[in-house]
Write a protein that binds this ligand. Structure first.
Ligand SMILES: *Cc1c(COP(=O)(O)O)cnc(C)c1O
Length: 470
């Protein structure tokens, strides 16, 4: 880019972003495109000569935009939210303009020190006790991997990184079957192996691990010569909000000297409201907790916070110190790259700082409380219809339901067709899951711009399309 072009196009992009946000409501939430359509529209080879920004931007608008799913849309009720509140987007403009690598204190002292401060703000906001340090990771997947590697090293007396896993005792990690797939992957990548992720049976409305079965599994594994390493508890699982009795799990972890990691990637944001903290009572006893401000709280992706009780264990697991990374003579400073698997790190604290200051906790709480109430109301409304059933009751703002197919129809097939028809319609966007082997349609509300009227639109869209199909 020459001369003033960076300035001009940055301003243009900022204007574009504001217009985009203003017109989201008019767009279908999910695009209607066929697989391969966009790929075919992009030149097969890279250009030899530079092109004008006009041409590039025009292609962005014509070819790319029509193929985007609008995650900031007020009627996005699928998956979990990936909110990016405007204040955090503005911070991201600044972060990308500076483009600093924030791996060591000295590679950007402000990034490190703001991260320490903002993570502690979050600790207080979530009602966690002093004594937790923390770090910002790119994703909950990375945080969970770091936790599993720490479990592994602690259980192997710090010999795993050095000697590898050959000839070591078999390690065991325990969770329910409601945990996110990032736990499976952490178990694969850490070399512990899928067969050593022990799935504890669940019970009750929130699909919580059976504490007695958990303890029995640990005792049995020890008896047969294996080494229990840790437990992963879920608070707000991805499928239907599966939530363990964290206090009960923590007591077992303590009795057996096991590492406890809590995955509250989505639900953690709700803990800024004291009345929801009962869902994770006991989390304050965990060795680590992960939650994603980039989901419900409104920090632009990527922004995952991991609270850690003993950072020395994590650093002992992950820090390598080649000569060029040493920061001679500066003791007592934090080099956050030693707290995570990747070396390079973005300046993630800035957007969370902007977000928390621009909104204040009280406004964020009000938003989350609204979402929970609207979700409960919609579940009650659907339950009142003769041809709908609630499959899992609301856990915070997430519930699942099913349309009762006509006599002799395949209920799974019908509900899959229903969710596809709803998404093709464009007014709202939903995703499905399986509960006890059967298809259920998930509904979660978590968008910053969602209003009560959008929930009414959801009700109308769901009931209208279901009855048209039936
Ligand atoms: C979203 C989610 C994850 C994964 O989060 P990433 O940041 O995308 O890795 C893990 N666990 C739960 C419960 C989630 O909802």
């Amino acid at each position: 880019m020459k001369g003033n072009e960076f300035r001009e196009w940055s301003l243009y992009a900022a204007e574009w972003g504001a217009d985009y946000r203003d017109t989201l409501r008019e767009r279908p939430v999910r695009p209607l495109v066929e697989p391969g359509e966009i790929f075919k529209s992009i030149n097969a080879s890279p250009p030899e000569d530079g092109e004008t920004m006009q041409a590039i931007f025009a292609d962005f608008e014509q070819k790319i935009l029509p193929g985007m799913t609008h995650w900031q849309h007020p009627r996005f009720f699928a998956y979990f939210p990936a909110n990016a509140a405007p204040a955090s987007v503005v911070a991201e403009y600044l972060v990308s303009a500076m483009a600093a690598q924030c791996m060591l204190w000295q590679t950007s002292p402000a990034a490190t020190e703001l991260e320490t401060r903002v993570v502690d703000w979050m600790r207080q906001a979530l009602g966690l006790p002093e004594g937790f340090s923390g770090v910002m990771q790119d994703s909950a997947s990375s945080a969970t991997l770091a936790a599993v590697l720490t479990m592994r090293e602690r259980a192997l007396d710090w010999q795993g990184n050095k000697k590898g896993l050959q000839g070591q005792p078999t390690l065991r990690v325990y969770s329910s079957d409601q945990v996110h797939t990032s736990i499976d992957r952490a178990i694969w990548v850490s070399g512990i192996g899928e067969e050593n992720l022990v799935r504890i049976p669940v019970a009750g409305r929130f699909h919580a691990m059976d504490i007695i079965a958990l303890e029995a599994a640990i005792v049995a594994d020890r008896k047969s010569g294996m080494v229990p390493a840790g437990i992963i508890a879920s608070v707000g699982g991805t499928s239907t909000g599966g939530t363990d009795d964290v206090a009960g799990v923590a007591a077992v972890a303590r009795r057996h000297g096991l590492y406890l990691h809590v995955d509250a990637a989505w639900a953690g944001s709700a803990m800024i409201c004291p009345e929801y903290r009962h869902f994770w009572a006991g989390a304050e006893q965990a060795d680590s907790i992960v939650f994603n401000p980039h989901k419900w709280l409104g920090a632009q992706f990527d922004c995952s916070v991991q609270f850690i009780r003993q950072p020395e264990d994590l650093v002992r697991t992950l820090a390598i110190k080649p000569e060029f990374l040493k920061t001679h003579g500066r003791d007592g400073i934090i080099n956050y790259s030693e707290w995570s698997v990747p070396l390079g790190r973005r300046f993630r604290a800035l957007k969370l700082w902007f977000l928390l200051r621009a909104h204040g906790l009280e406004n964020l709480r009000a938003m989350i409380r609204n979402h929970v109430v609207w979700s409960e109301r919609l579940a009650a409304r659907l339950a009142g219809e003769p041809d709908f059933e609630i499959v899992t009751e609301p856990m915070l703002s997430l519930f699942s339901f099913r349309h009762i197919a006509a006599e002799g129809w395949d209920a799974d097939d019908h509900n899959l067709r229903l969710v596809n028809a709803i998404n093709d319609d464009g007014r709202i966007y939903l995703t499905q899951t399986r509960v006890d082997g059967h298809v259920a349609i998930r509904f979660q509300v978590g968008q910053f711009e969602t209003t009560a009227a959008d929930i009414d639109t959801a009700f109308e869209t769901i009931t209208e399309i279901a009855r048209d199909l039936a």
